[in-house]
Design a protein around this ligand. Structure first.
Ligand SMILES: [Zn+2]
Ligand SMILES: [Zn+2]
Length: 311
């Protein structure tokens, strides 16, 4: 047992704990309740220290580092929360795991987060059998830290803390910080300070303000449900905004997510020609053109620009 520990650490805590419990036999027989309770207090501390001392090496900085060191030793294996409590040496280990996951970009799955995943995401993670995780069980999926996720968390946190920005502006700023990157609803909710309006505000940015924010339903059937991408850092022309959500979706579906001028679709996307799809009024809104499917068409942003400059 004490093989992993430095001599003097784990072994010392163990033997002190044993003698304390041996002495406790006497208290159990003869002492009154309060004395029994008080005599037991050092045992808790010793047990915590014994658990902490099992993790050795350069990563022994704090509870979070110990939890991480333990998880990295057992990548892909279901671990009970109590195990992590032992090595953390504190009862708030769940918070440490959340920090590792959200702030530091370690891919840790819990029964709790698993419950909130969409079926498509589950399929992506577990092709065959999905693990049955209880809320207080954890898996570290990879021993490599997602540095970008960690960076994104820092950006999200800065925006979230800004008291002078509306929820909509916060979400827009976050999108514009990561143009072309997939952003989850969980991130947006965090940026919005957990306000439930985040979903409505994200939708408004597209429908009212013309930011090309695509989802599974609006232009990017290749995305998982619940993911968002700001496809380009520009707003659609004023007259093409304010198309009702349902009609916007219907036009894209009717046109099979394909530019009606050149045939571009997202499968043809490449970094040197990063296009996206927009919905355009055939007869301009300002000239009395209606927001109906018949007056709307799907164009890539390049053809869309051409249509407007040819007017
Ligand atoms: Zn086109
Ligand atoms: Zn247009």
């Amino acid at each position: 047992m004490a093989r992993h520990a430095k001599p003097g650490d784990a072994e010392e805590y163990r033997s002190r704990l044993v003698s304390l419990l041996e002495n406790f036999e006497e208290h159990l027989k003869n002492s009154e309740l309060r004395t029994q309770v008080i005599e037991l207090i050092p045992a808790i501390k010793l047990l915590q220290n014994l658990g902490r001392s099992l993790i050795q090496g350069p990563e022994t900085g704090g509870a979070r580092a110990r939890v991480l060191a333990y998880m990295k030793k057992y990548v892909g294996i279901v671990l009970a929360g109590e195990e992590l409590m032992v090595v953390a040496g504190i009862s708030e280990y769940a918070r440490r795991i959340r920090e590792l996951r959200v702030e530091h970009g370690w891919r840790i799955l819990t029964g709790y987060t698993l419950k909130n995943l969409e079926p498509e995401e589950l399929q992506k993670l577990f092709a065959t059998d999905k693990p049955k995780l209880k809320p207080d069980q954890y898996i570290l999926l990879s021993d490599r830290q997602d540095m970008e996720a960690a960076y994104r968390w820092n950006v999200a946190n800065d925006i979230r803390k800004d008291k002078n920005m509306s929820v909509r502006d916060k979400i827009l700023k976050y999108f514009r910080s990561f143009v072309g990157k997939e952003i989850s609803g969980e991130e947006l909710r965090y940026v919005a300070g957990d306000k439930t309006e985040w979903a409505r505000r994200s939708r408004e940015l597209r429908t009212e303000f013309g930011w090309p924010i695509a989802t599974y339903f609006t232009g990017r059937p290749d995305l998982a449900v619940g993911m968002y991408v700001l496809e380009e850092d520009r707003q659609a022309p004023e007259h093409d905004r304010k198309i009702p959500e349902a009609i916007y979706r219907a036009v894209l579906m009717r046109d099979k997510h394909t530019c009606q001028d050149c045939g571009w679709k997202h499968a043809l996307w490449n970094p040197s020609d990063p296009r996206h799809l927009e919905v355009h009024h055939i007869k301009q809104h300002a000239e009395g053109g209606s927001n109906t499917e018949g007056n709307l068409t799907t164009l890539c942003n390049v053809c869309h620009d051409m249509r407007h400059s040819n007017r």
